[in-house]
Design a protein around this ligand. Structure first.
Ligand SMILES: *Cc1c(COP(=O)(O)O)cnc(C)c1O
Length: 463
């Protein structure tokens, strides 16, 4: 064992050893030198902090395997798929909505080669990328026209810029939302070049409050879905129908930032307060914006649906080019939207909807299978417990879904250590800790993923 910093080998000397030369041939000079630098640095820190270092730089075999591990770790992709065992179905940090295989196939088919993204195959003239989904969005929402951009934040910004730039936007004090830290409605309104006129109080805003604030400078009445918080108690907001009437009488635009944007009613699954897009259009809202990768269950996208004259203005706005949707997302969005149409049942076909509607009995079955498989690994304790899952993605705050989870604990590791080890496995498993135990919530885990959890635990138990 090395005891002294003076004994640390020089990189150039190490590079002359035949085993290290072999690594340079197998990988590259730069990667090998990088790995060596890192390993020598670790050994040096060990020598400063402790009596010695366990890194054996003198043993060729050990050195080769340490360098190989370093290089392979460096070569591994940064963005990887993980197992979401948190029970939060639309987890913002874990990529939000998981997409249907049909959507993944659609991305795949346009990814590797050319596509008719902006070519009209009938006329062979230049076409519009917006054409691929506009009719579908209209059919599903009842809107006259629609256009899709990069995400919902961009959809809100573009809509405000194109309709209200320089003029006033009226919004209720109860609806000045912040989503995920970087999206704050008052700031977005300011960025759009329009001026926010706040009306009403945090808990109550009446139609008369909106009416009193309208003047010649008013361009837009903006409603926003309070998607990630809930004001309870004595609250009131005017019906959309009444607001629509007021907007119409004053020749201004009623717009709604809906956030999640569900296309089917979720009340049968016990989830309330999430307005369906078609009801909002029916109520007379001129323009509604919503995300593609929240409850819709598709790719990241911002969908804008509503009045044809407004949508046309958006399509030709200079900002459009900067925030347009890319072909992969567009392909996935089209495929996802098609799953909402006959002959398909979206609740069966869209993974997000399937997960939030899955009966408890089938979640329980998966929990039993996982628990049994974990017990067979030995060295760990595992039980089935009741759990509360969530929809997530800043949607349906406070609404929980019944679920089952499997606990895992090992005498040799604290719950924190176990959860870190799980997130460092070949396929990382992301868990929650409850009652001082790591838990795998099965509502957000598919059947095929349970075997990957078993693999991950097997790797940890073997160590
Ligand atoms: C999530 C959300 C947004 C932002 O949507 P992104 O697709 O993440 O850009 C905007 N408004 C509301 C109400 C939301 O819930």
């Amino acid at each position: 064992m090395l005891k002294n910093q003076r004994d640390l080998p020089q990189i150039n000397t190490l590079l002359e050893r035949p085993e290290i030369k072999g690594l340079v041939d197998q990988y590259s000079h730069a990667e090998t030198v990088n790995a060596l630098r890192k390993l020598i640095g670790i050994a040096r820190d060990d020598l400063i902090d402790n009596e010695g270092t366990n890194l054996n730089l003198l043993d060729n075999q050990e050195l080769v395997s340490s360098i190989t591990l370093e290089i392979e770790a460096d070569r591994a992709h940064s963005l990887r798929s993980v197992i979401n065992a948190t029970g939060i179905i639309i987890h913002t940090n874990l990529g939000r909505a998981r997409m249907a295989p049909e959507a993944v196939r659609a991305m795949h088919s346009v990814a590797g080669g050319p596509s008719n993204l902006e070519l009209d195959l009938k006329s062979r003239k230049r076409g519009s990328r917006h054409a691929h989904v506009e009719k579908l969005v209209c059919a599903l929402t009842g809107a006259e026209a629609a256009v899709v951009v990069n995400n919902c934040a961009a959809a809100v910004l573009l809509s405000l810029m194109a309709t209200a730039g320089g003029r006033n936007v009226i919004a209720s004090r109860g609806e000045l939302i912040e989503i995920g830290g970087s999206f704050r409605l008052p700031d977005v309104i300011a960025q759009s070049g329009s001026v926010l006129r706040e009306v009403g109080a945090t808990n109550k805003t009446r139609l008369s409050d909106y009416a009193a604030a309208i003047d010649t400078e008013t361009a837009v009445l903006l409603k926003s879905h309070t998607s990630n918080y809930k004001i309870v108690g004595f609250t009131s907001t005017p019906d959309r129908e009444k607001l629509a009437q007021l907007a119409k009488e004053n020749e201004i635009i009623l717009m709604e930032d809906l956030g999640s944007g569900v296309l089917v009613d979720l009340a049968p699954f016990g989830l309330v307060d999430e307005p369906v897009v078609s009801d909002i259009i029916k109520a007379g809202v001129d323009l509604v914006m919503f995300s593609g990768d929240k409850l819709l269950g598709g790719p990241q996208a911002g969908i804008i649906a509503g009045r044809k004259d407004i949508v046309s203005a958006l399509k030709s706005h200079p900002l459009m080019r900067a925030i347009r949707i890319d072909k992969l997302s567009l392909a996935a969005l089209e495929a996802t939207l098609r799953l909402y149409r006959p002959p398909f049942d979206p609740v069966e076909k869209i993974p997000v909807l399937r997960m939030l509607s899955e009966p408890l009995s089938s979640i329980r079955k998966r929990a039993e299978d996982l628990c049994l498989a974990l017990k067979e690994l030995g060295l760990l304790e595992s039980n089935i417990i009741e759990s509360k899952a969530q929809v997530g993605g800043g949607t349906l705050p406070g609404q929980e879904l019944e679920s089952f989870a499997v606990t895992a604990s090992m005498p040799s590791l604290s719950p924190d250590q176990l959860s870190i080890a799980l997130s460092n496995c070949r396929t990382p498993v992301i868990t929650r800790i409850k009652h001082d135990k790591v838990i795998f919530d099965l509502r957000s885990v598919t059947e095929s993923e349970t075997s990957l959890i078993v693999d991950a635990m097997a790797q940890i138990v073997k160590k």
